[in-house]
Design a protein around this ligand. Structure first.
Ligand code: AMP
Ligand code: GLY
Length: 424
């Protein structure tokens, strides 16, 4: 199989790393990739949103399977375009990817399929939104309807905070077109976990669960980020709760999408709140999480490539995945300044030493090799991962590897896994 992974983050390095281990693989490319993907795949300098360029590359190089990592190319129709060119793509069509691209779409899907989620209302008018918030009171959640790279959600502790968010999104258009309409939601209380399922349009196969850490600082403080760390499995999601979430949330969504004529193929990511009334959906994403993916692939024992092919072929009903009985942790190292304005062009040393430590795997994100030197080029730069018999062992290995990395301009959270490990 000749495979093209699309993206340049830690998630895509982890996907390349797992795919490279498959006996089915003959050739692996990553577009545009990073210094880490270059070690297991051939990097191709085509951007993730250059759909025509990616289709042309895949056609010319007889690619058998395209694996998009991020949501942007999916929402832009990469799966549709590859389909027209006769190339299998393990991701949803643009129509089905609206499950991530439009919050209204997802909320209507939940209502149609009876999926438990926060009560909601959509507003195109700021004044009406403000009146609703005053009537409902706080805490309350204000969300931009469109894609806003993690910046479109405000969990407001007070009515005035919610009103500020409405003014910023709808009147000052701080998020551009994405915030012209908002959704106002009931605030769900509980522990948050991410549940992943590989889908072939009809069948959903559980791909494991993880807990992300979205705030930049220890103890869940500071601004939101794309994710500063993750671990799997999350003890908060028992086997019974995971099955309940599959039965009440994931499978009904898949069935409803198929019923509406847009079967979902690829990775369905359900962000869940484990409330006193059971799991409720916060949001769906149409892809793997980053850094959740890095933790999950370390626990996957089965051939990832075979699984993704089965999803494309509609064969998941006859497929099974095996998982290592181990815990995995992913600690993101970011450049100082992230998630604001990260410092760029600093050198990272000691990575070989860290990566050679037992049970450790280091995935790259914003890295580039310049001559013999490894340079940081982005916000999130490395994901330092480890496995262990339990989360504590995995955490000790990962943080020992972090300590071995010589990068003064980088930082990480020191409490990844704290909810499961006890006091941070
Ligand atoms: P989203 O972009 O929808 O994932 O939201 C970002 C974060 O906001 C989530 O990961 C939750 O921590 C929080 N959040 C979103 N919706 C709700 C809700 N209805 N109740 C409580 N927290 C929420
Ligand atoms: N880590 C959260 C996400 O990928 O959306």
């Amino acid at each position: 199989m000749r495979v093209l992974v699309v993206g340049s983050g830690g998630r895509e390095h982890a996907l390349c790393w797992a795919l490279a281990a498959s006996p089915l693989l003959t050739k692996l490319w990553c577009a545009p990739g990073n210094a880490g993907t270059a070690e297991v795949a051939e990097n191709v300098s085509i951007g993730v949103l250059d759909i025509a360029g990616l289709v042309q590359f895949a056609t010319r190089n007889a690619v058998d399977l395209v694996v998009p990592g991020p949501e942007m190319p999916l929402v832009a129709g990469i799966a549709d375009a590859m389909g027209l060119a006769g190339i299998a793509c393990c991701g949803p069509s643009a129509a089905a990817a609206r499950i991530e691209g439009s919050k209204t779409f997802t909320k209507e899907l939940c209502d149609a399929a009876g999926i438990p989620t926060a009560l909601w209302e959509r507003f195109d008018d700021a004044q009406a939104a403000r009146e609703f918030v005053r009537r409902r009171g706080a805490p309350i959640v204000v969300k931009a309807d469109g894609l806003a790279a993690g910046k479109g959600v405000v969990v407001a502790a007070s009515v005035s905070e919610a009103e500020d968010a409405i003014a910023a999104f709808m009147e000052r258009e701080s998020l551009g077109a994405a915030g012209r309409s908002v959704i106002i939601e009931e605030c769900l209380i509980g522990e948050e976990v991410s549940l992943f399922a590989l889908c072939d349009g009809v069948t959903a196969l559980p791909l494991g669960a993880a807990q992300d850490h979205k705030r930049v600082g220890d103890g869940d403080t500071g601004p939101n980020t794309g994710g500063m760390g993750a671990y799997s499995p999350p003890p908060a999601l028992s086997a019974a709760l995971a099955e309940a979430a599959m039965e009440r949330i994931v499978r009904p969504a898949l069935a409803e999408l198929a019923r509406q004529g847009m079967p979902f193929r690829g990775i369905l990511f359900a962000g869940l709140m484990l409330t006193a009334d059971g799991p409720k959906l916060i949001e769906f994403n149409a892809r793997f999480g980053d850094p959740e993916c890095q933790a999950l692939v370390l626990r996957l024992q089965s051939d990832l490539l075979a699984a993704l092919l089965a999803a494309c072929d509609g064969e998941l009903a006859h497929f099974d995945l095996r998982w290592r009985d181990a815990a995995a942790i992913a600690v993101v190292m970011a450049a100082r300044g992230y998630p604001g304005d990260p410092v760029k062009g600093t050198e990272i040393r000691g990575l070989e030493r860290a990566a050679a430590m037992p049970d450790v795997q280091v995935f790259h994100a914003g890295t580039q090799r310049v001559g013999g030197r490894l340079m940081a080029t982005g916000g999130r730069v490395l994901t330092v991962c480890a496995t262990g018999v339990d989360l504590r062992a995995a955490s000790e290995s990962a943080y020992a590897a972090v300590a071995a990395i010589d990068w003064p301009e980088g930082f990480c959270r020191h409490d990844i896994g704290w909810r499961a490990l006890g006091a941070g």
